[in-house]
Design a protein around this ligand. Structure first.
Ligand SMILES: [Zn+2]
Ligand SMILES: [Zn+2]
Length: 395
């Protein structure tokens, strides 16, 4: 098929492939407007313009091509690669999620039976793997916004679908972050709304376990989010509508070393409460959790065990993660100890009530690295013993 198809390309189509490689969005847009460019034309190898754009890691170009009707699942390539596989290989998480949003099928396999997630993992593009494994379409959630069967009321009011979907899609499982996502949507800060949301999450969890190819990762994630939503609900009911108190509880560090015990216990309980004992992923988690005493120095936290199970990535309390909400790419240091970082001024202020007890001590530790306690090492970015993670065999 190869050679003849390249001859089939118009001059403009050949041009647009060059323009994509060069990243000239304006010129590409101009070419797409002309009649002699087919958005799904194939080059000599059977690659579409969208595949080229995805492989080159050009997000704006992918967006433009999708707007012009590029087929996100088009697949004429000799080796059966899809645009999503190219996005995964390029390591661009934004393009990966854009293609998934546009309907890219994540279960497609190439000619040697590998999915996009497996290919991305093979080349070490873990952010893309996480995005693919955690993808859950808005359409699947919106199903619950329509009345089913004889019931007049849908399980989920339509206005809650968008905000809840945003929470489902987060790859940062820090409970503080999830509470923040609830707080930023006034429609969610409501007893009835939270009740509906967690019930839908429980139902989705059950579906993920019972569907033909059980998706444990998503099942565990749905269960965990349900637990956080139920916690929010309990605080709204009992604490006079104050989610801020929940955030403080989650952040408060133990006096001796700043270890956030409440958060640790909360996540452990979530893991242990997972209702489907046939899930092997969870059995492993529970076993690991049982082996570790709460806050016993430099052992992995329940949060890191959970994160690794769901995202396949290890999290370290290191300089790249916000000490409050766990967001990646934090760049605002505590100006006194310089040992902890935050993603925003708000996170820095939220953490100060508890960090101030440790800040002085961390300043002194910084001066004398020999005196590092395990927890301080962890806070400064040292690596957890890797051996414990060998117990979790993933994916
Ligand atoms: Zn933050
Ligand atoms: Zn400090």
């Amino acid at each position: 098929m190869a050679a003849s198809q390249k001859e089939d390309l118009s001059a403009s189509e050949r041009k647009i492939l060059q323009v994509i490689a060069a990243g000239d969005v304006q010129e590409a847009s101009h070419l797409l407007a002309s009649k002699d460019v087919r958005v799904n034309c194939l080059d000599e190898y059977g690659m579409t313009p969208l595949m080229h754009a995805a492989y080159k890691g050009r997000a704006d170009m992918c967006c433009l091509l999708l707007q012009h009707g590029a087929d996100v699942n088009g697949n004429q390539l000799e080796y059966g690669y899809t645009a999503l596989m190219f996005a995964g290989l390029s390591g661009k998480a934004d393009i990966t999620s854009m293609l998934l949003d546009a309907g890219a099928e994540k279960d497609r396999v190439n000619s040697v039976g590998r999915t996009a997630a497996q290919m991305a993992a093979f080349v070490g593009q873990h952010d893309c793997v996480t995005v693919i494994n955690n993808f859950f379409s808005l359409a699947r959630l919106e199903y619950y916004t329509r009345p089913q069967g004889v019931e007049g009321e849908p399980m989920l009011p339509h206005r809650l679908a968008g905000p809840l979907h945003k929470i489902i899609m987060t790859t940062n499982l820090n409970p503080v972050k999830i509470v923040m996502l609830v707080k930023e949507n006034p429609v969610l800060v409501d007893v009835a709304a939270l009740e509906k949301c967690y019930q839908v999450m429980d139902m989705l969890c059950e579906q993920c376990v019972k569907q033909q190819d059980m998706n444990e990762i998503l099942a565990v994630k749905m269960h965990y989010i349900s637990c956080v939503l139920q916690k929010c609900l309990a605080f709204l009911q009992k604490r006079d509508g104050k989610l801020d108190i929940l955030v403080k509880n989650l952040l408060r560090g133990r006096d001796s070393d700043g270890f956030p015990q409440y958060q640790e216990k909360f996540i452990r309980d979530c893991i242990k409460k997972f209702p489907y004992c046939e899930a092997t992923l969870l059995q492993q988690q529970v076993r690991i959790i049982r082996m570790i005493e709460i806050g016993s120095g430099n052992d992995p936290t329940a949060f890191s065990v959970l994160t690794q199970a769901i995202t396949g990535q290890m999290t370290f309390a290191d300089a790249h993660y916000c000490a409050t909400c766990g967001e990646k790419g934090a760049d605002k240091r505590c100006s006194l100890c310089k040992a902890v970082t935050y993603c925003s001024l708000m996170c820095k202020q939220l953490h100060w009530f508890t960090h101030k007890k440790m800040c002085r001590c961390m300043q002194e530790q910084d001066a004398d690295p020999e005196m590092d306690t395990p927890r301080l090492k962890e806070l400064k970015g040292a690596i957890y013993p890797v051996v414990i993670f060998d117990l979790i065999s993933l994916q």
